[in-house]
Design a protein around this ligand. Sequence first.
Ligand SMILES: N[C@@H](CCC(=O)N[C@@H](CS)C(=O)NCC(=O)O)C(=O)O
Length: 214
Amino acid sequence: MSSITIWGRKSSVNVQLVLWALDELGLDFERIDAGFIYGVVDSADFCRMNPNGLVPVLVDGDGEPIFESAAILRYLADRYGDSNFWPENVVARAQVDKWAEWAKWNVGHAFIVNVFYGLVRTPFDEIDHDAVKLALGHLEKVLALADEKLATSTYIASSQFTLADITLGYCLYRYYDIDVARTELPNLRRYYELLCTRPAFQRHVMVPYDELRA
Ligand SMILES: N[C@@H](CCC(=O)N[C@@H](CS)C(=O)NCC(=O)O)C(=O)O
């Protein structure tokens, strides 16, 4: 098996998504700190790997660098995942992928950009509480769709843990950890508690994010 290197700080949710996947797939890797207080992302060498200057970036052996966490995740699943995690059959795979794409865009974006940044990465006296409340309301409308699906499904796409659970679950630790009044979504809560029993989730997602606090 080739050697895998990932660039990105442990406090980045998009890096956590990839670290969680690497661990679930039982892959060894080397992680190099980059981004935010660790710098590196502005260097010419890094920008050759990712012209966006963002983490994560993954290099597998002598392969070309891959950026975009969801693309990295699909690459790892294609190359190293089993057919429960990422079905080989394209018809079955699409059923996993639709939830994966939906969660990465709708839940991930709505939470990180509008709720987490607004509340945690903004100096306390600059927090726009009305905007955060509005963003949280929007996020919870989206999460209610996951809650409805999870009423009849152990995991988001099926009865098995799949790639889609990574793109839904990677933000849930912070969603449940931040100090906000949440709408109770019982099936989502049950699902989150199930994810919390996974050692790889504990190791890479349930980690402090103090360095991000404004
Ligand atoms: N769509 C990209 C987003 C990457 C992104 O925004 N990464 C953030 C960390 S979560 C970043 O690199 N921020 C700048 C920094 O840490 O210096 C992905 O999913 O990989």
